[in-house]
Write a protein that binds this ligand. Structure first.
Ligand SMILES: Cc1cc2nc3c(=O)[nH]c(=O)nc-3n(C[C@H](O)[C@H](O)[C@H](O)COP(=O)(O)O)c2cc1C
Length: 187
């Protein structure tokens, strides 16, 4: 079983990577399998530059083909999203728009972080994930900074630990959705 946790913030100094490192083992614990972190900064997709609509599946750019090979084998994807000015990141939208069929039926979930747990960004992201036919699990995990964000920065471990039960439960739900998938496809 392959679960990929997609880090969608790409700025050079970001909390997203440290948060991912703390979140991945908790989801893995619930799911009973490893969770691979995929960092969109490292993926470094250009802004959509395919001549055809990705829905045609005729990719010309090596970057698109490589991104497709990352997403395709995943049984589930979890988008880790901050909130930027009330929305999700441009990198997340670009990463989704660059592919199409790869997302179809993919078990998917969202984990948000921010002052209000990225509560404004997450529903927007879930909407577009549903639009490319991901099987988006209800009940995202919304992690609020609260007292863990100070002038010294974010204390990632304690913040994430506060959502430990929710994150392991999410892992379990992802596992169950993956297990159910062949049945649903056969029906
Ligand atoms: C461009 C930008 C816009 C932001 N807008 C919001 C916002 O709307 N809501 C919020 O809770 N935090 C906002 N913040 C603060 C982020 O929650 C915080 O910087 C977080 O660490 C961003 O994730 P990152 O470090 O992984 O990029 C914003 C930060 C940036 C860089």
């Amino acid at each position: 079983m392959a679960i990929k946790l997609i880090v969608t913030s790409t700025r050079p100094r970001r909390n997203g990577v440290d948060i991912a490192a703390a979140v991945a083992p908790l989801i893995a614990q619930g799911a009973g399998c490893d969770v691979e972190i995929v960092d969109l900064r490292e993926v470094a997709l250009p802004f959509l530059d395919e001549p055809e609509m990705p829905a045609m599946g005729k990719y010309t750019e090596p970057s698109t083909q490589a991104w497709s090979e990352v997403v395709k084998p995943a049984d589930a994807v979890v988008f880790l999203t901050p909130e930027y000015n009330g929305g999700y990141t441009a990198a997340a939208k670009n990463a989704i728009d660059t592919l199409f069929h790869e997302w179809d039926g993919k078990v998917a979930a969202v984990v948000g972080y921010g002052w209000g747990g990225a509560g404004r960004a997450v529903p927007q992201l879930e909407t577009i994930m549903g639009n490319v036919k991901m099987n988006v699990l209800e009940g995202p995990v919304l992690m609020s900074f609260g007292e863990h964000m100070t002038d010294e920065g974010l204390s990632v471990e304690p913040m994430v630990a506060g959502y430990g039960a929710e994150l392991t439960a999410l892992g379990k739900r992802i596992n169950q959705a993956i297990e159910l998938r062949p049945e649903m496809q056969a029906a």
